[in-house]
Design a protein around this ligand. Structure first.
Ligand code: S3P
Length: 172
């Protein structure tokens, strides 16, 4: 069993993924953490020193590396992972993968990102108004990819425990 969580930045993929993995007693992997460990640099350093194209290449490589592992896991992707390098096709080519889009409203994302922008190079320099505009447009563009997931959960107004219960039901 390989559960892959996707969705926009700050939608809660890692918190939910970690909780769900604990419940299922399988390992949890955060793709950004995995990339940072492998590259021995933070995501911000990779963007700054090597650029986004290099980051997307490595992201694609490490996603495939993880999906080729035999054991079960819950994997949370980066917000952009589904939108580059045919990564949604990579997911669907693995029969044992169930992908879930964790859908969040623009308002929730902007509120959260205002407090946690600094480690996210795509939005780190945006002030609140510019951030709202950016997220609205970006989320619209990215939804084309996110909507290709096997399942979707709308997160707004739900507690982490409720979402974990929803995941159990969907994936049972
Ligand atoms: C990105 C999202 C980030 C990280 C990188 C690029 C994106 O992951 O992969 O900063 O393109 O949306 P999170 O979704 O975990 O913030």
């Amino acid at each position: 069993m390989k559960i892959v969580l996707l969705g926009y930045m700050a939608s809660g993929k890692s918190t939910i993924g970690r909780g769900f993995a604990e419940k299922k007693q399988i390992s949890f992997i955060d793709l950004d953490d995995y990339i940072e460990k492998k590259e021995e640099k933070t995501i911000s350093e990779i963007f700054e020193e090597r650029g986004e194209i290099y980051f997307r290449k490595q992201e694609h490589k490490y996603l495939k590396e993880l999906l080729d592992k035999k054991e079960s896991f819950v994997l949370s992707l980066g917000g952009g992972t589904p939108c580059y390098a045919g990564n949604m096709d990579v997911l669907s080519s693995h029969e044992e993968v169930s992908s879930v889009y964790l859908k969040t409203s623009i308002k929730t994302i902007v509120d959260r990102l205002m407090n946690e922008k600094s480690k996210r190079p795509l939005v780190a320099r945006l002030k609140e108004e510019a951030l709202s505009e950016f997220v609205a447009k970006h989320l619209f563009e990215r939804s084309y990819y996110y909507n290709q997931a096997n399942y979707m959960i709308v997160l707004d107004n739900k507690s982490v425990d409720d979402i974990i219960d929803d995941l159990q039901v969907i994936l049972s």
